[in-house]
Design a protein around this ligand. Structure first.
Ligand code: COA
Length: 403
């Protein structure tokens, strides 16, 4: 029997602090008029509390998605967190979310495809479900871009904001859900939008820090040209792949980078009427990979999506990357509110997950005293020593080499 990947839960989270264009006028040489007329952005949310991070926001969005779906964290098989502002280089932010949720049976990893990451992750989740490898997959887009933008660079800092969105995809026998996807990449444009330092190409040094190489760098005009072309092409392709026409589409949720890009690509080139295009970037700015799930949540809340609607999510970003997916919406909207005792049970499970995590951390500290595995007593088998990989073997090898 065919397995379909349906979005059955959704949730989002944005930090409390609102940073308006007028606020920015006091920080850099800019104006509300310039920002709004070039981008459509009026304000964005900023995580000013240092304890609020990509993982904490992702966890809140994911918990909300599980609540809507009525699925417990224990039933999740896989957590994919798409982000360009991860908690660390490693461990993956997704693992921290797994721990915070107490998703004891879930694999977890981060996905790096910049602003296209959420749609990439949806595509991957759909494949896992279709092949029977997973039943429930949490797909999260979460960003604290305010920590990686250069607040002295007016050409970039006015564009971005923080936030997180998540959906739960579940296997279903009901035809629909994610119908088709288009993923693309053109690495020759990598330098158009990047965070240059901190990786293997440019490891962190005093020079990279003083040279502000750990912040987002962008050629705005080139990205703009690329985006307007690719959003239209990717939408056309995915609609065709799904066996639909543009007229069949009830709502397009484009990546919320710039209202002019959306206007030029989705409205003018594809001739999609404005009422079929969902835009909320005025209040959040560009939240990168979080922008589509954030917009999805608001579209649902405002009654713009109903069962059996055909949707398209389309995105572009650093890489360069692009991605689009066509969806036949299967979940009822609005969803019924969970019973109070179910909610209490859910909160209790998160409390237990926190306690379990603390206990595990403590136990790991004493793990070195464990009787069963003593690292110093484990010797390599003979064949490795002959190859020169064992302690004694290395010495032997060095001696041979010196002869
Ligand atoms: N406030 C005031 N002036 C600003 C400014 C700001 N925040 N940022 C740049 N400017 C100035 C520039 O210094 C430049 O001045 P100059 O002509 O004297 O050198 C001028 O504005 C550039 O203006 P313009 O050419 O009209 O800008 P634009 O129409 O290309 O808009 C962007 C700039 C960044 C808004 C636009 O290129 C864009 O949105 N690009 C795509 C970026 C994007 O979406 N990135 C994310 C991808 S996921």
């Amino acid at each position: 029997m065919a397995r379909y990947a349906q979005i059955v839960g959704w949730g989002c989270y944005v930090p409390e602090r609102v940073l308006t264009n007028r606020d920015l006028e006091g920080i850099i040489d800019t104006s509300d008029d310039w920002i709004f007329s070039r981008t459509g952005i009026r304000e964005r949310r900023i995580a000013t509390n240092p304890r609020e991070t990509t993982a904490t926001m992702a966890t809140k969005a994911a918990a909300a998605a599980l609540r809507v779906a009525g699925v417990s964290a224990n039933e999740v098989d896989l957590i994919i967190c798409s982000t360009s502002s991860p908690e660390h280089q490693f461990p993956a932010t997704a693992c921290l979310v797994q721990d915070a949720l107490g998703a004891e049976h879930a694999g977890a990893f981060d996905l790096s495809a910049a602003c296209s990451g959420f749609v990439y992750a949806l595509t991957l989740a759909r494949s896992m479900i279709a092949t029977g490898a997973a039943q429930n997959v949490l797909v999260i887009g979460s960003e604290t871009l305010s920590r990686i933008v250069d607040w002295s660079d007016r050409t970039t800092c006015v564009l971005f904001g923080d936030g997180a969105g998540a959906v739960l995809l579940s296997a279903s026998e009901e035809p629909g859900g994610i119908l088709a996807s288009v993923l693309g990449s053109d690495g020759s444009g990598g330098e158009l939008l990047s965070l240059p330092a901190g990786g293997s190409r440019m490891p962190t040094t005093l020079e990279t820090v003083t040279g502000r190489q750990h912040y987002v760098k962008m050629d705005g005009a080139a990205v703009f040209r690329f985006a307007t072309r690719i959003m239209a092409t990717a939408t056309r392709e995915v609609v065709q792949k799904a066996g639909l026409t543009l007229d069949d589409i009830d709502l397009i949720i484009p990546h919320q980078a710039n209202a002019r890009i959306i206007e030029s690509s989705v409205h003018r080139q594809l001739k999609i009427p404005r009422e079929k295009i969902f835009i909320n970037l005025e209040r959040y700015g560009n939240t990168s990979t979080a922008s589509i799930p954030l917009a999805l949540c608001e579209a649902i809340e405002s009654g713009r999506i109903k069962k059996n609607d055909h949707l398209v999510f389309v995105s572009f970003g650093a890489g360069l990357t692009w991605a689009a997916t066509a969806i036949k919406w299967g979940a009822p909207v609005p969803v019924s509110q969970p019973k109070w005792w179910k909610e209490a049970q859910r909160q209790g499970a998160y409390g237990a997950a926190r306690a379990r995590s603390t206990v595990r951390r403590l136990l790991r500290k004493y793990d070195s005293l464990a009787e069963d595995i003593r690292v110093s007593e484990i010797e390599l088998p003979e064949r490795f020593r002959v190859l020169g990989l064992g302690k004694r073997g290395v010495k032997k090898h060095e001696q041979n080499g010196n002869e």
